[in-house]
Design a binder for this molecule. Sequence first.
Ligand code: SAH
Length: 224
Amino acid sequence: MGSLLVDESEYGQAAQSMIDTQLRARGIVNARVLDAMRTVPRHVFLDPSLHRRAYDDAALPTTDDQTISQPYMVAVMTQTLGVDPTHRVLEIGTGSGYQTMILARLAAEVFTIERYASLAHGARDRLDSFGVTNVHIHLGDGTLGWPDLAPFDRILVTAGAPKPPPALIDQLADPGRMVIPLGDRTYQTLVTLEKRRGKVHQTDGLGCHFVPLVGEQGWPGDED
Ligand code: SAH
């Protein structure tokens, strides 16, 4: 993916400033996370009309009323997840594929599930354009996980849930770690769940604001 890294584009300076003022200044210290976020071109994951704002300190719209998370939130989630190069990671909520690509640079393999076909296809095209080969995208209800390919060393849920989906707890490796925003449909707490010797330990983190996780083990959809 060398030739497409953001360093070499006109967005390099915007990306560097994002790293310094939004991430380092607020306590993101993990060198691998910072490096991934400096080199993955965020603008490519957005509609051209938003390219100018791609490195702003904000969440931005994708399609289907969904969003790409604020860079700081992506960094916090990724740093909290603690991804090693050997890990198999499950992500719920592919969206634009931006967070997916950050994970793909840190993990051995990434399995990601999106409920909207247009988003899943857009993400596939972008990841292919970078020559990313360690990402597997599934179209469907991520609250049920991906049982055939479990267990996963790390699980990242990028939509807000009322409670941890039991299917995802089951599919988490032991030891394993899941990061998930838990709360109501508008405001959540970024929660870390650690599975150790069959027990799950919860640590609460930042307050946050994600679109709802809609599915069988999440929130009911508009149709219900
Ligand atoms: N990580 C994304 C942002 C995701 S926004 C990015 O970097 O762009 C949350 C995403 O979760 C949305 O795309 C939404 O469609 C998706 N989503 C919500 N409920 C879901 C479910 N049950 N299964 C899979 N995807 C879901």
